[in-house]
Ligand binder design. Structure first.
Ligand SMILES: Nc1nc2c(c(=O)[nH]1)N[C@H]1C(S)=C(S)[C@@H](COP(=O)(O)OP(=O)(O)OC[C@H]3O[C@@H](n4cnc5c(=O)[nH]c(N)nc54)[C@H](O)[C@@H]3O)O[C@H]1N2
Ligand SMILES: Nc1nc2c(c(=O)[nH]1)N[C@H]1C(S)=C(S)[C@@H](COP(=O)(O)OP(=O)(O)OC[C@H]3O[C@@H](n4cnc5c(=O)[nH]c(N)nc54)[C@H](O)[C@@H]3O)O[C@H]1N2
Ligand SMILES: [Mo]
Length: 763
């Protein structure tokens, strides 16, 4: 007999995609009141003359595709192109204290920002300010600091290459390397880990490689929700009978079965394609163990093959010619016992051996991974063990094989490429000096956590944000929010209102900017910008919608004006010229970074061009010129393990959100409707604590001591998740995290490995 489920919790039996995806888009369009314009807009996404979809960083088949339907891309676009606006009367009606009580969804749903605003503490309201006055305030705020290092310059990964390049130029000319960046909370483990392994902090595959792969491994990413256009690729691969092996604590529906909305037969017959050929429900934080288990099984297969007179299963030629460190890795993996691997990963030896068998039998393997790998206290180690596994069989730097970190924001990779980094390298410093006539400082600046820590203890006085919602995205809101409120100056260049803007400093400004879909007209006419996708393809993006208001400015234009007001004529930089025609910004990018040779010409070709990724061609930019097998001692990703009674919490995105942007309250594929105040738990873990499905519980983070990291009155949902693991939504769960729990190598918060204790809500 079926027991009644908690309110809003239901079984969802349909495949991912399909008609429900189309229905969801129709609903979003209606909610944003843009039916006619919206549908025309959707058709321009990722087209040669169109804009780059702000939804994710998955590449397009040459950006020349026929329209590829994507439910969550459609949500991202309709959210941006909404007919709703915030204007002067909106801000006159609502005090900041009142807005603070709104949900994150309500704040952004108020609509696009249309006026530059300054917070007035006397009235507790945002009031319109004119642009010149805003730039003067920022300039005087920055120029009166004791040192440029007292200012923090945050970037969220939607900024174009042009905006990001100008921003880093301004900030370096101003004199600091404090570049906290959303990447610090995302794929930093990739950016830090892979250069040591293979000499480049990016993925090595192209989209075409997927057509040639004969096995695909997927660790810790949820493509049906977060990079839905990848489903076309996985759907094609599954239909070619390419094994797709998934390691994920949750059974994500799109990885189980998917109905492609562009497939007329699947749509009409309501059928679907199974995606994963094997689904390993690993424990949260069990990847290091599983990866070592896979390598151990591959080494065992090799030994058995050699003993039987075979050639072994390792790519010995690759290992000898191209790598160093193999013996150390082998020793570490052999010293790790199966018992430990099984206990930590939660997978059986047989399951791991079977996956290793598929790996060893496949000629060409691609391994994809996302936040389930990077957001752990040892995320960098996870990434390096992935590289090791691939290197054992030479699966890097040849057709159909390679490592595929699935990036987050649509241009997070490009922002890094054009200089947003707190650790500038020599190429960047030399290039800047050659082109702009000054040598930027070389000392390491602050990453995202360090910037927040500096705000908390008073070392940082000013924060400028190029997009994003830093305070809500960061762990530990109690500590983070207090830090933001201590600042002297905070400035947000944004499209919509969010909670970070409400954490007012002595002086706070919110500056409305154009978004991807908006037409950007400058002195020389309409402008395009450029972005780089997960596979290092750079292409143009051009918006075409009338901007939401006359007063909005483009991100590059706002940055240039801040720069001019702040720097005066301290440097000979032609800010106006670059804004008049973005080709001139691209010329400067090309001068600083020779990889962008012929930038303006190459980016005008449909599909753009691929940046050089040396490891894709087996050139290893490491100190010893080899790909390096790197050892990660032990199996624990999120120490301390083994706290009595603790569960390991992972924080995930719902199907109806984009990071801190909450489009709606459903998480359809996981069977959650109309609410987000739930956590997913194994029913035996519930029973063991005297709890049951639907009970109200409190969740306490166990790092950081005391009762500081506590959230209350969440509903426990019995769910198919391994014992000892528990999952809840980001950002609600950020309150159980200590700011000090992060990967010491990359600075990435351990968002996917938080030891917690749960108990029935007491009162
Ligand atoms: N629609 C939409 N698209 C987005 C975003 C969005 O919020 N909404 N965000 C963008 C951004 S910035 C990013 S970084 C990407 C994020 O894309 P993903 O990397 O897919 O992000 P998450 O939802 O955080 O979840 C990752 C997956 O990891 C699994 N997981 C959790 N813990 C573990 C673990 O310990 N081990 C393993 N193996 N798996 C684990 C979860 O069950 C989940 O399926 O998507 C981008 N695209
Ligand atoms: N617990 C937990 N926390 C996490 C994560 C997790 O998995 N779990 N994931 C982390 C990850 S991967 C990331 S990337 C970060 C995300 O951190 P951020 O990138 O800082 O956050 P977003 O929610 O993407 O930012 C949304 C805001 O960006 C602004 N915006 C939108 N479009 C534009 C634009 O075109 N231009 C400008 N200037 N502004 C714009 C809007 O004002 C909107 O409110 O969060 C991290 N936090
Ligand atoms: Mo991200």
């Amino acid at each position: 007999m079926n027991k009644p489920r908690p309110k809003g919790i239901a079984r969802y039996d349909h495949p991912a995609g399909g008609w429900d995806a189309l229905k969801a888009v129709a609903k979003t369009l209606a909610h944003q009141q843009i039916v006619a314009q919206g549908s025309r807009t959707l058709l321009k996404a990722n087209q040669p003359e169109g804009f780059d979809c702000p939804g994710c960083a998955w590449p397009d088949p040459k950006h020349t595709s026929s329209f590829e339907f994507c439910e969550n891309g459609a949500k991202a676009i309709t959210w941006e192109t909404t007919a709703k606006r915030t204007d002067a009367s909106f801000f006159a009606q609502h005090t900041v204290s009142e807005l603070w009580t709104w949900t994150d969804h309500q704040l952004e749903d108020a609509g696009r920002l249309t006026l530059p605003l300054r917070y007035d503490p006397a009235s507790d309201r945002f009031e319109p300010i004119d642009w010149n006055a805003a730039f003067e305030l920022i300039a005087s705020g920055l120029n009166k600091l004791g040192s440029p290092d007292q200012a923090e310059f945050y970037t969220s990964g939607r900024a174009s290459n042009e905006a990001a390049f100008l921003y880093q130029l301004f900030v370096r000319a101003y004199g600091t390397n404090n570049f906290p960046d959303c990447s610090n909370m995302c794929h930093e483990a990739t950016s830090v880990g892979l250069p040591k392994s293979i000499g480049v902090g990016k993925g090595t595959v192209t989209l075409e490689d997927f057509d040639h792969a004969d096995a695909i491994f997927s660790f810790g990413h949820n493509p049906g929700t977060n990079h839905p256009r990848m489903m076309t690729t996985l759907h094609d691969a599954a239909r070619r009978n390419v094994p797709i092996i998934v390691f994920n604590p949750l059974k994500e529906r799109a990885l189980e079965r998917f109905a492609a909305p562009q497939d007329p037969i699947e749509m009409v017959t309501m059928s679907s394609t199974p995606i994963a050929s094997a689904y390993h429900q690993i424990r949260v934080g069990g990847d290091l163990a599983a990866l070592k288990g896979l390598m151990k099984a591959v080494l065992e297969l090799d030994t058995a093959s050699l003993a039987g007179g075979g050639d072994g299963v390792l790519d010995r030629h690759f290992i000898d010619e191209h790598t160093s460190g193999f013996d150390g890795l082998r020793a570490d993996v052999e010293a790790t016992s199966w018992d430990e691997i099984v206990a930590v990963s939660g997978l059986t030896k047989e399951a791991i051996r079977s996956a290793a068998g598929i790996y060893a039998n496949a000629e060409r393997v691609i391994l994809c991974y996302g936040m389930g790998i990077t957001q752990h206290a040892r995320g960098t180690h996870n990434v390096q063990q992935i590289a090791n596994l691939l290197m054992l069989r030479g699966n890097i730097g040849r057709q159909g094989a390679g490592i595929a970190p699935i990036r987050g924001h649509s241009n997070v990779q490009g922002d890094r490429t054009v200089g947003i980094t707190e650790v500038p390298n020599k190429t960047l410093l030399d290039g800047m000096e050659r082109v702009f006539g000054f040598r930027p400082r070389s000392e390491k600046g602050h990453n995202a956590i360090e910037a927040v820590e500096a705000a908390i203890d008073g070392r940082a006085k000013a924060l400028i944000c190029l997009g994003g919602n830093l305070a809500v995205a960061m762990s530990d809101p109690q500590a983070t929010f207090a830090g933001m409120r201590k600042l002297d100056l905070s400035v947000h260049i944004a499209t919509k209102l969010n909670r970070s803007h409400l954490l007012t400093a002595k002086t706070t400004l919110v500056l409305p900017c154009l978004a991807r879909t908006d037409l950007d007209t400058q002195a020389s006419g309409p402008q395009s910008v450029t972005v780089e996708d997960s596979m290092s393809m750079v292409h143009a993006s051009r918006g075409f919608l009338n901007p939401p208001g006359e007063l909005l400015r483009s991100e590059p234009a706002i940055i240039a004006r801040i720069a001019r007001a702040t720097l005066g004529d301290r440097h000979d930089i032609d800010w106006e010229g670059m804004i008049a025609n973005y080709d001139r910004i691209r010329d400067k990018i090309e001068e600083v970074f020779p990889d962008f040779s012929d930038f303006n010409k190459r980016v005008r070709k449909p599909g753009g061009f691929r940046l050089d990724v040396a490891a894709s061609f087996r050139r290893w930019n490491t100190p010893d010129g080899k790909a390096n097998f790197l050892v990660s001692p032990g199996l624990s990703e999120d120490s301390p393990r083994g706290i009595q009674d603790a569960l390991m919490l992972t924080t995930i995105r719902s199907h109806d959100q984009y990071n801190t942007t909450v489009y709606g309250l459903d998480d359809r594929y996981r069977g959650v409707f109309g609410r987000r105040d739930v956590v997913f738990m194994n029913s035996e873990d519930l029973a063991g604590r005297g709890l049951k499905d639907g009970d109200r519980i409190d969740i306490k983070g166990l790092i950081g001591g005391d009762d500081q990291h506590l959230v209350r009155r969440f509903t426990a949902v019995a769910y198919d998740i391994p014992r000892g693991s528990i999952a809840g939504y980001y950002p609600e769960m950020n309150a159980v995290m200590s700011l000090h729990h992060y990967d010491r190598l990359s600075g990435t918060p351990s968002y996917k490995g938080v030891p917690v204790r749960v108990a029935a809500t007491s009162a």
